[in-house]
Design a protein around this ligand. Structure first.
Ligand code: T6T
Length: 347
């Protein structure tokens, strides 16, 4: 009797211990499941902060901001967008203090920036990168733009922008066609340490060099100031009165160049190849003061910047080191085509 009582006691104890262990196991599992669910929910609910740091106040970057905003809206609350003050002039002296002020408070996950110098922006951006901020350069790049090889400037996730060298080559080909492959041409550049315009200039001079009867008679740098471009182009036309074509590498250099030609009474006699589809340049094309315009796709560049940046922040997606949207040419033949209107920059 005593023995059977002992067995019953052992059995009861075993059952209760089993129940305790399985409950405990359940609880652990429940805690783990809850934690995982909470982490997933937190990741899903995390709002990433992206800062847009434009190069300068101009219609190209205003249009890029629209593309950025479009993708941010599509992401419906998953991204908070901060837009830094637009620098009033081109260059690191104007851009770096704004970048520093915009990042001082912290809380930024990713920066979309058009570095205004291949060298001078490396250190300020590296400092931010070392604080854990991801960087994508849009429109312009650091160093030689090859972020796939190890270097002191290869820390950005990607360069998203136009193939400027290719664009410069195409401008040269189109200008050569207009000039029957002969004559003197002149290049109005902005400055020698910005990747976008340097590549346009390189592409153009290489393109012109393919035509034995064409000569590039000079290159000037207007520092992205329209008035300066106008003065320099005026002086170049006085020095070389037989210049047959001018390439302005961006909107201020093109706008200044065509004004110089208009003021010299040479409209139509000197062909103007321009870059950047501002409303001013489109109007000038319609009036015969400009002969072609290469339109970049700033809205698409901005849109892709947010798209890739978000994929990286959310899923650690591998971002291509270069993302290159195309470009379009406006000429007097297609300038009124309604399908082309989408490529005109916003104010
Ligand atoms: O041409 C654009 C841009 O691509 C370049 O890097 C700087 O100039 C513009 O913003 C036009 O003013």
């Amino acid at each position: 009797m005593k023995k059977s009582l002992l067995w019953i006691t052992i059995l009861v104890l075993s059952i209760s211990m089993l129940a305790v262990f399985s409950l405990a196991g359940c609880k652990t599992t429940t805690t783990a499941t809850t934690a995982a669910a909470e982490t997933t929910a937190a990741a899903a609910a995390k709002v990433f902060t992206i800062l847009f740091m434009p190069g300068v106040a101009d219609p190209f970057y205003f249009t890029m901001e629209k593309g950025i905003q479009k993708k941010v809206d599509e992401l419906g609350g998953s991204v908070k967008l901060l837009v830094a003050e637009y620098p009033k002039s081109w260059g690191p002296e104007a851009q770096v203090p704004i970048l520093e002020a915009a990042t001082a408070k912290g809380g930024i996950d990713l920066i979309l920036i058009a570095p205004t110098s291949t060298d001078a922006l490396v250190a300020p951006l590296k400092k931010l990168y070392d604080q854990g901020i991801a960087i994508i350069t849009v429109d312009t790049y650091l160093g030689d733009g090859d972020y796939s090889k190890d270097s002191d400037y290869s820390f950005p996730l990607s360069y998203i922008g136009t193939d400027n060298k290719l664009g410069g080559q195409k401008v040269a080909e189109n200008l050569a066609k207009m000039l029957n492959s002969k004559g003197k041409v002149y290049l109005m550049n902005t400055n020698p340490d910005t990747s976008s315009v340097v590549d346009r200039g390189k592409g153009f001079s290489e393109g012109i060099a393919k035509f034995p009867d064409m000569t590039l008679v000079g290159t000037d740098y207007c520092m992205d100031v329209q008035q300066k471009a106008q003065e320099l182009a005026t002086a170049a036309l006085q020095k070389n009165p037989d210049i047959a074509g001018i390439f302005g590498v961006n909107l201020f250099s093109s706008q200044g160049s065509y004004q110089a030609v208009v003021n010299a009474g040479l409209t139509g006699a000197v062909k103007i190849a321009s870059w950047d589809a501002t409303q001013d340049l489109i109007n000038a094309l319609k009036e015969g003061k400009v002969d072609m315009i290469l339109a970049q796709k700033p809205a698409e560049i901005g849109f892709l910047g947010v798209e890739w940046g978000y994929k990286y922040l959310k899923d650690k997606a591998e971002v291509p080191k270069k993302v290159i949207p195309g470009f379009e040419f406006f000429t007097k033949e297609n300038v009124d085509d309604p399908n082309m209107a989408q490529f005109i920059y916003s104010k």
